[in-house]
Design a protein around this ligand. Structure first.
Ligand code: SF4
Length: 353
């Protein structure tokens, strides 16, 4: 791989340029992209390309390879978590969630995360590195192959909500989103892609400028800055007011309502007065609130709210006219929260060393 370029991280325009530079007709780029998105592991498998071109491609490029280290399906069969090994020995997670409307893939955008949210397993150990656009695309391709091998439907929706903060790896994430939309490849509609951020305001503004009609989901988790700072260090950099301003701008540029994620933590942000304060701030705002029962991470002291408290919180928001849903819980028995399976693997590797 030394001196070679990662072809899966190239945009369709960049593949076109590479093909032109090799003196090939432009339709070769489309053929190459179709093979890549179908999941071939080597240029030799691209059987409709001349042998000389396949050899030339293999001399200059490599195809990102993710090795599946572990795969766990929940007892209910509603979620499958994959642990993938990257070529440099790092690991990432991807999770398939099965809904009536199709299979959703939650994928990782970084190895680790530097945002430090107190309730999250992905940030323990900090950020190791960004994923390339090709490493994000490879997660979709690998999971699609696995689903097809078991006779299941391919990935129909993508949520950038796994390990990492997507907007902290902005260029690669936006490149990936455009690549997965490539009509002759995976052809994923922008409307079926959701990007989740902890609220990096300047990058939210940049994303609005891209004008991609994807869903933007912001992890709010508190009705005011004081409370938010207790659980999310990013709150010291950007206030809730700034997040709302950027969210309104996003709506103006894309026409897409922003979703606010709110994980209920027992006796911290789940009181009736928290719901009332949140509702007051969101009234008249073109948004949607998604209530998430907390995914408890071992070794982190937070507890999830009781079902009765969750119901009370939801009904207060509804009574104030806020569009609110409760996220269905999937895969709790497979270390469902992002980063937990990777943590278990790293700990196990440390014990064995
Ligand atoms: S919740 Fe998201 S942004 Fe926060 S630490 Fe975890 S991965 Fe990073």
């Amino acid at each position: 791989m030394e001196g070679k370029q990662d072809i899966l991280s190239l945009s369709s325009e960049e593949v076109q340029q590479a093909v032109q530079a090799l003196g090939q007709p432009h339709y070769r780029a489309q053929q190459i992209l179709q093979w890549l998105h179908r999941g071939v592991k080597s240029f030799d498998e691209m059987t409709d390309l001349p042998k000389a071109l396949r050899e030339l491609l293999a001399e200059r490029f490599y195809i990102v390879n993710l090795r599946m280290l572990d795969k766990r399906t929940s007892r209910a069969g509603d979620a499958t978590k994959y642990l993938f090994l990257l070529e440099d020995g790092n690991t990432i997670e991807s999770v398939v969630m099965r809904y009536n409307y199709g299979n959703s893939l939650c994928l990782s955008t970084q190895v680790g995360c530097r945002m430090g949210c107190k309730f999250c397993a992905s940030t323990i150990g900090g950020l190791v590195r960004n994923l390339s656009a090709g490493e994000m695309l490879a997660q979709v391709i690998e999971v699609n192959s696995d689903l097809e091998n078991s006779g299941e439907r391919r990935v129909g929706n993508i949520v950038l909500m796994g390990i990492g903060e997507p907007l902290d790896n902005y260029d690669n994430t936006v490149k990936f989103i455009k690549m997965v939309h490539y009509p002759q490849g995976l052809n994923m509609s922008y409307r079926r892609i959701t990007l989740s951020t902890c609220g990096l305001v300047p990058k939210m503004m940049d994303l609005a400028e891209e004008g991609l009609p994807i869903t933007l989901s912001v992890s709010l988790h508190a009705p005011n800055d004081e409370l938010r700072k207790l659980i999310m260090p990013v709150a010291s950099a950007y206030s809730i007011d700034e997040i709302f301003k950027a969210s309104r701008y996003y709506f103006k540029k894309t026409g897409r309502r922003v979703t606010f994620e709110y994980a209920l933590i027992s006796d911290l942000n789940d009181r009736e007065r928290d719901a009332i304060e949140l509702a007051r701030k969101l009234r008249g705002f073109p948004c949607h609130v998604n209530i998430i029962p907390l995914n408890v991470v071992r070794g982190v002291g937070y507890k999830r709210s009781s079902p009765a408290v969750v119901e009370r919180f939801v009904s207060v928001l509804k009574s104030q006219g806020i569009a609110v849903t409760k996220r269905r819980e999937l895969g709790l028995d497979i270390e469902g929260a992002c980063g937990q399976l990777r943590r278990s693997y790293i700990k196990q590797a440390e014990v064995e060393r």
